[in-house]
Structures are given as structure tokens and as C-alpha cells.
Ligand binder design. Structure first.
Ligand code: C2E
Ligand code: MG
Ligand code: MG
Length: 625
């Protein structure tokens, strides 16, 4: 493969590469050519006899054609050899035809037809055999038996010169065939935008490279490259700018690798590089180099853009097919993307197992969502000063038939990636309204908090859907708090702000979940319709000693007139520290773990979880020891 690529770089740009046709296409074309070759045998026999040659003479002359047709028909022989002998057989037919006709010029046209036919192999070897044989046959037989080849004196007396003239004409007549051959290759194997190898060619070359690497015991690596956030360029600057960027990136990728290596575009913003021999040993170095060159600023449509790329590397090993290798590199790229982008990851078998596992889980989650198997638990939120329950946070739960409880931290990201989160979110919201309705009977001021995913915020129907569910359960929207994480707000503030404002209009309240971990600018708090801050557990964990950050957040909440809830309160010491800091509300294992909604209702009804300070039998700890 390396030699093909090398010669490819020296070859004139308009010439085809002569890479092997896909096996199915080659077989079909070869079958047609061999059929034609066999068809020549009776035809030539008849022609020979009709042109007054003894039958035995005709049969002797036809021997090479019969032998070539037989060999070309043997599927056990390598394809290259079969193409070679079929070519030889056909050109021999031309020579015999000319010979039987006594060198008649018109019969030479057969050579032109044959050479055209031979380009169907789209392979330089049979083509060269055809041209070479044509010249040699005219020269050698022209010397030995001039009248068998030429029917005019000039050629008979100077057979080699006329052999060359003949060859030159045949070659010239082949130019349109060669151009068509080249165009075929382009359409089948090139990406029209970047002119890089397309997926078909890349897989084909990878297959060959793998076979060669195995034979020669040399290393081979595949890099799967994906541009980060490329869609944004298309969306904001338009597709022509996106195309310009892709062309610039492909040129940089090609410039970074050796001639022997193959760069291809797999589609969209995905590229792949096959590194062979010494390059493969340096695959990680090269991957880093590619990341660096892609990260250099590019000017497209007058805008300077800095792109980054994520790369997956897979090394060849025995029993791996081209498709497997590409898939593994793709998987490693996916891991690079999900672990922060703009770097490379090397594939290992554990990655594959995890991917299979993820796919299975994804399929199971889809089923669980369809079968309404997502349930919720509810964790009480209490007033710190009295320990009384003021509401609860509804948390999604999924019990897998074989794996048991799958934590939301595992299945929520899968749901977000697959879009299942919208269905889950709607169901959880409905279940939250049901809880609100049930505990509202105990105390109509009790609130219910629901988590909202960023993906849900992209859904413009969300406010209408939620309003419908609220009406269905007859729940006062002011008793529902929607929680969004701070990181969400940082990602696409405009969309988030717009949707949250719409949600506010239906009457629900908004909380910022996991507050303090997002390292974001605080200015968004002023611009967003936020009612509640939930201090992340990590800050509560620092209590009671290092309470500076928690104090700042509580003060900030107070200054902005927001309610504040401390999350993940586990110890009495933390509770006391929070009380001293003036935090109004808390949630955590110290008070109660998330529980089934029936259990929550029972606890509230039985007074084991206090709703009012003077409730009899209240078990929830209060400030007084
Ligand atoms: P979150 O919204 O911050 O929810 C609080 C998480 O902390 C819950 O975990 C809860 O069980 C846990 N927790 C509460 N108190 C304590 C404590 O004292 N100690 C410790 N160690 N943990 C405590 P859970 O149920 O596993 O949920 C994890 C996250 O999954 C949630 O964090 C939320 O971001 C997400 N999630 C849960 N349900 C949903 C949902 O319906 N929709 C969306 N979009 N996300 C959800
Ligand atoms: Mg939450
Ligand atoms: Mg939280």
C-alpha cells in the first residue's frame, strides 16, 4: 500500500491511481471480459478458416487464446494474474485477427477496442500489458513475418518504427478511457470537498494496510479525529464557512503526516488517519501534533476561528478487521470528547466493554421509559431553625431488572444524550405534581422541588406541557420549584433565561442547584428569574470549620432576596454551623434520606416528620438539643 501511495504522489494529478476495485465490481467486470475472450475462440476459428488458413494452423494459432481464457477463468488464481492473462488473451485475439487478414489496417481497430476494454479493470498493470504487448507484437512479428502485421510497404520495411506509431495511437485513443476511469475513482473514493479519501477508500486501504502489517509484522495505528463544536461554526457563520474550515483542517492534517500515511474524511467533521510503520510507533506524538495544528487560528469568512479536535487512537493487533479498528478509534475519540475534548485517548479493551455496557443500558432505559418504569423518591427539605418539613425534592429512580437500582448520576446523562430525558422529565414532573397534591392535603404550604435538565430547557413546548400537568393535578404552581444546575445556566444563558422566564410565567419557582461549583459569573443571578439557591454539598462538607464560602453564599442569597437551601447535611455539627450562619433551609441524610412518596405521606400524616413546630411526636431534630 505504501508503494501505491508513494507512486501516487509522483503521478500526474489527472491520472487515476489504479487502486483495486471493490471485489464485487472487479468480479463482474472480469466475468464479462472472460466471456468475451471465450467468444473470440469460435469467431476467430471461423474467420481463420474463411480466410483460407488450414484448420490445424488456425487451431495452433488459437492455443494462446484458449490457454489465457482457461487461466483467466480459474477463480483459484490471484486476481492480478487473472486480469493479466485475460488481457494477454484479448490482445492476442487482435494480433491473430490482423494475422489472418494479412495485416489489413481495419483489423488493427481491434487493438483499440481491446485496450479500451482493459481499462475496465481500472488497473495500470493490465493496461501496461495491453500497450506493451501491442508494441512488442507489432515490432517482433513485424520483423519475423511483416505481412502478418502490416499490409503496406513502409511499415513492412521499418516494423519497429511503425510498432511505436501504432502503440502511440492506441495510447492516445485510451486517454478518454483513462479520464473516465479517473472520474470513476473520484466519485467512488474521494470526498468531493476536501479531495481526501472517503470512507470507502479509507476502509479499503486500512484493510490492505492491516494485511500488510500482519505479514511484515510492522505496526499500524488509526487516528479518528473529530472537530469539537464544529456545528456551531455551521450554525453561526453558515455552511460555506464550515466548508472552508473543513478544507483548511484537511490540508493541515495532510501536511502533518508522511506520504505513506493515509488521511481521509469519513463525513461531516470526522477525519481518520492511517499511520503505518514508523509513524504508527509515534502515533501519540502525531495525534498531539494534529491537535496542535488544528488549534492554530483559521480565518474563515473574515472571522478568526480557533478549532479544537478530539482524537481516538487504536493500534492494530491480530484478529482485528479494518472496521473494528476504525470503530475502536471512534470509541476512543468518543471517550476523549466526553472527558473534556481537545485531547487524545488511546483505545483499550475496557473501553469497548464499557461502550457495550452503555449501549445495553441505553436500550434498557429506552424500554423502561416506554413502560413508565421510571419512578421517584422524595427527600424532605426542612426549616433549619425548627426542623420542620417545608417540602421535598423529587428524585428520579430506575430499578433495572438485572442490575438493580441504577443511580441517576448514571442514567440521567444517558437520557440526556439520547433525548429520553424529555419523556423522563415530563413523567417526573407529573409524579412531583401528584406528590404535591397528596402532601398539600396535609399542609397546603408544602413545596415540591423537581430537577430540570438543560436538554429540557431547549424544548419550547415545556412551559405548556408543565402548565397542563399542573392544571390536571390542580396544584398551585407556586408550590413547585424547578431546579437547574449552575453549569446549565453558563452553557447557553440566552436560551436558558428565555425558557426560565416562560416557566416563571406559569407560576412555578426556580432554584439554582449545586450552587457554587460552576465557577460562573454571579451576574447571571441578577439577570435570571431565580428564587432559590441550593448550596452544593461540597461546601456543607467543609463545615463546621471552613465555613467562609458557605457564609458568602448565604449572605449573597439574603442580599438578593433569595431563599437558600443547604444540600447534603449529614451531621449535627453541620446543622449547627449552618444555623449560626443564618441558613434558612436544609436537606440531607441527617433529616431524612430520599424515600418512597407513600412513605413520606405516611411519615407526615403520622407526625413522625413534623410540618409544624408544635406537632406532636416530631422526630426531626431541632435546634434545641
Ligand atoms: P441533586 O439534584 O443535587 O440531588 C441531590 C442528591 O444528593 C440526591 O442524589 C440525593 O439523594 C443526594 N443527597 C441528599 N442528601 C444527601 C446527604 O446528606 N449525603 C449525600 N451523600 N447525598 C445526599 P441522587 O438522587 O442520586 O441524585 C443525583 C443527581 O441526579 C441529582 O442531584 C440531580 O442532579 C440528578 N437527578 C435526580 N433526579 C433527576 C431528575 O428527575 N431529573 C434530572 N434532570 N436530574 C435528576
Ligand atoms: Mg436537585
Ligand atoms: Mg444538588
Amino acid at each position: 500500500m505504501a508503494s501505491v501511495q508513494k507512486s501516487g504522489t509522483r503521478r500526474a494529478a489527472w491520472l487515476p491511481s489504479g487502486r483495486a476495485l471493490p471485489a464485487r465490481v472487479w468480479d463482474a467486470r472480469h466475468r464479462g471480459i472472460v466471456l468475451l475472450l471465450w467468444a473470440h475462440v469460435p469467431f476467430l476459428f471461423a474467420f481463420g478458416v474463411l480466410t483460407h488458413h488450414p484448420a490445424w494452423h488456425v487451431l495452433v494459432d488459437l492455443q494462446p487464446v484458449i490457454l489465457a481464457a482457461t487461466a483467466a477463468s480459474l477463480a483459484a488464481l490471484p486476481r492480478g494474474l487473472r486480469a493479466g492473462v485475460a488481457t494477454f488473451g484479448l490482445v492476442a485475439c487482435s494480433a491473430i485477427l490482423v494475422h489472418f487478414s494479412g495485416g489489413v489496417i481495419e483489423m488493427h481497430f481491434h487493438f483499440f477496442v481491446v485496450v479500451g476494454l482493459i481499462t475496465l479493470y481500472q488497473d495500470w498493470i493490465p493496461f501496461s500489458v495491453a500497450i506493451g504487448f501491442t508494441v512488442l507484437e507489432h515490432g517482433v512479428v513485424g520483423v519475423l513475418a511483416p505481412t502478418s502485421v502490416y499490409n503496406h510497404h513502409a511499415a513492412q520495411s521499418n516494423p519497429w518504427l511503425w510498432a511505436l506509431i501504432h502503440g502511440a495511437f492506441v495510447l492516445a485513443a485510451s486517454v478518454p478511457h483513462i479520464l473516465a476511469w479517473r472520474q470513476n475513482e473520484d466519485q467512488a473514493w474521494r470526498d468531493p470537498l476536501t479531495r481526501l479519501s472517503n470512507r470507502t477508500l479509507l476502509s479499503d486501504r486500512l484493510g490492505r494496510a492491516l494485511a500488510q502489517a500482519e505479514r511484515r509484522d510492522t505496526p499500524l495505528a488509526v487516528l479518528f479525529i473529530d472537530l469539537d463544536h464544529f456545528k456551531q461554526v455551521n450554525d453561526t457563520l453558515g455552511h460555506p464557512a464550515g466548508d472552508e474550515l473543513l478544507v483548511a483542517c484537511s490540508a493541515r492534517l495532510s501536511a502533518c503526516v508522511r506520504d505513506d500515511d493515509v488521511v481521509g474524511r469519513l463525513g461531516g467533521d470526522e477525519f481518520a488517519v492511517i499511520l503505518v510503520g514508523p509513524s504508527a510507533d509515534a502515533a501519540e506524538e502525531i495525534a498531539q501534533r494534529l491537535i496542535d495544528v488544528i488549534a492554530q487560528p483559521t480565518v474563515v469568512s473574515g472571522h478568526e476561528i480557533v478549532m479544537t479536535a478530539s482524537i481516538g487512537i487504536a493500534y492494530a493487533s491480530a484478529q482485528r478487521t479494518a472496521e473494528e479498528l476504525l470503530r475502536n478509534a471512534d470509541l476512543a475519540m468518543y471517550v476523549a470528547k466526553s472527558s473534556g475534548r481537545a485531547h487524545y485517548e488511546v483505545f483499550d479493551d475496557a473501553m469497548h466493554e464499557r461502550a457495550i455496557d452503555r449501549l445495553e443500558l441505553e436500550a434498557d432505559l429506552r424500554q423502561a421509559v416506554a413502560a413508565d418504569e421510571i419512578t421517584v423518591q422524595c427527600q424532605p427539605i426542612v426549616e433549619l431553625s425548627t426542623g420542620c418539613v417545608t417540602g421535598g425534592e423529587v428524585l428520579a429512580r430506575w430499578t433495572h431488572p438485572e442490575r438493580g437500582a441504577v443511580p441517576p448520576m448514571v442514567f440521567i446523562p444517558i437520557a440526556e444524550r439520547t433525548g429520553l430525558i424529555c419523556a423522563i422529565g415530563t413523567r417526573v414532573f407529573a409524579l412531583a405534581c401528584e406528590v404535591a397534591q397528596r402532601i398539600g392535603v396535609i399542609d397546603p404550604s408544602l413545596t415540591v422541588t423537581v430537577n430540570l435538565s438543560p436538554v429540557q430547557l431547549n424544548d419550547e413546548d415545556l412551559p405548556t406541557i408543565f402548565a397542563g400537568i399542573l392544571a390536571e393535578y390542580g396544584v398551585d404552581p407556586r408550590r413547585i420549584v424547578l431546579e437547574v444546575t449552575e453549569t446549565v445556566l453558563m452553557q447557553d444563558l440566552a436560551v436558558a433565561a428565555h425558557r426560565l422566564a416562560e416557566l416563571k410565567k406559569i407560576g412555578v419557582r426556580i432554584a439554582v442547584d449545586d450552587f457554587g461549583v460552576g465557577h460562573s459569573s454571579l451576574s447571571y443571578l441578577r439577570n435570571l428569574p431565580v428564587d432559590v439557591l441550593k448550596i452544593d454539598k461540597s461546601f456543607v462538607d467543609d463545615l463546621p470549620s471552613g465555613g467562609d464560602l458557605a457564609r458568602m453564599m448565604i449572605q449573597l442569597g439574603r442580599m438578593l432576596g433569595l431563599d437558600v437551601v443547604a444540600e447534603g447535611v449529614e451531621s449535627a455539627a453541620q446543622r449547627e454551623a449552618l444555623q449560626l450562619l443564618g441558613c434558612p433551609r436544609a436537606q440531607g441524610y441527617l433529616y431524612a434520606r430520599p424515600m418512597d412518596c407513600d412513605a413520606l405521606v405516611d411519615e407526615l400524616v403520622a407526625g413522625r416528620l413534623a410540618v409544624h413546630p408544635n406537632q406532636v411526636g416530631a422526630r426531626v431534630p431541632t435546634t434545641s438539643p
